[in-house]
Design a protein around this ligand. Structure first.
Ligand code: DAH
Length: 340
């Protein structure tokens, strides 16, 4: 029995050192020390031993069991250490690699241009006024001296919600709202940026676009005040040597009215040669506030007068950045947007 035990010890020790992973080691434990294991089987056979032999073999069995336990534990520790060392070697972190930069967004070009425009007027003492995008016929047209048959009032040109409520076609209703919110005959100096809506869609028209309205009311305001303001604005945005032209025009809410053009240099590259061409391009509408508009909104045209202007933000952004299709602003294509 002693010899049997010794042989078992040797086999077990050999298998323990030969095990190269934890499951194999676990299997060795089961083979020798498990309920149906070899050592257990030997112990079961002890009932057949003599009374003298029994304690000797029993003690020997315990020694062997204890030795195997120790060997198993130290081999397990060895395997764990090897596995850890292998992981550390393969998963080594190279802290000298440059990090992955977080992708930073930036302002949309229309937002940038909108802010540029606002900055110019805020430096001239204008404050920003806001108005609703869903507007009444009353503010959108009536308060602004639109005749009942004006084409902008046609269902074909505007988005109506009911007969008397529509998506505003311009930011001009904020003029009326601002005058009505003021004490009659008190000075006003506001700009109002915002979305406007029209039934149009092509390379230079979008059904939703942005305008910035301006309104200045005071005493004895002259057309030259309007002219100086607009010229200053154009030079701030497009450069100090920008040529500005006022062209007589018509709007129901201003009299006299003008459209303003800037002389704009376009560059074309044809086979290597650069062609430049100067064109007058319209950038805004403006005029002296019509006496009817003052009256309709609680102001006395014999005491107060002023000027107003309105411009399209997309239009100005297209000129500033040399963009020829306004739909690019709304497509959210990062290849386009990342250029700004
Ligand atoms: N509301 C006009 C439009 O959308 C633009 C405009 C022209 C606004 C002249 C004004 C102005 O305030 O005086 O076409």
């Amino acid at each position: 029995m002693k010899a049997e035990m010794e042989a078992l010890r040797q086999r077990a020790c050999a298998q323990i050192s030969a095990a190269t992973d934890e499951p194999t080691l676990q299997q060795v434990r089961v083979t020798f020390l498990g309920k149906k294991g070899e050592l257990t089987a030997i112990l079961r056979g002890m009932k057949d031993l003599t009374a003298q032999e029994r304690p000797v073999i029993g003690a020997l069995a315990n020694t062997v069991r204890a030795e195997l336990e120790t060997q198993l534990a130290s081999r397990l520790a060895e395997l764990k250490a090897q596995a850890l060392a292998a992981r550390l070697a393969t998963e080594r972190l190279d802290i000298t690699l440059p990090g992955k930069p977080a992708r930073r967004g930036h302002l949309h070009p229309l937002t940038r241009v909108n802010r540029l425009i606002q900055d110019v007027f805020m430096k001239m003492g204008y404050t920003v006024a806001d108005g609703p995008e869903i507007e009444s016929d009353y503010y959108n047209f009536q308060c602004l001296n639109f005749p009942p048959d004006h084409p902008a009032r046609d269902m074909q040109d505007s988005f109506y919600i009911t007969d008397s409520i529509l998506l505003r076609t311009h930011t001009s209703p904020v003029q009326a709202r601002t005058m009505q919110a003021h004490e009659p005959n008190t000075p006003i100096r506001i700009i109002s940026p915002g979305k406007v809506f029209r039934w149009d869609y092509d390379a230079t028209h979008s059904p939703v676009f942005h305008q910035v309205e301006g309104l200045l009311i005071d005493r004895q305001i002259a057309f030259s005040d309007l002219k100086g303001t607009i010229e200053h604005f154009c030079r701030e945005i497009f450069g100090a040597d920008t040529k500005v032209r006022f062209r007589a025009s018509f709007f129901p809410f201003t009299e006299p009215s003008a459209e303003v053009d800037i002389l704009f240099r376009t560059r074309h590259t044809r086979g290597g040669a650069v062609d430049t061409q100067d064109n007058w391009l319209e950038i805004l509408g403006c005029g002296m506030v019509h006496p009817n508009v003052l009256r309709l909104n609680g102001y006395d045209p014999d005491v107060m007068n002023g000027f107003a202007f309105g411009m399209g933000v997309e239009r100005i952004a297209m000129l500033l950045y040399g963009i020829d299709d306004l739909r690019l602003f709304y497509e959210n294509d990062l290849r386009f947007l990342a250029q700004f």
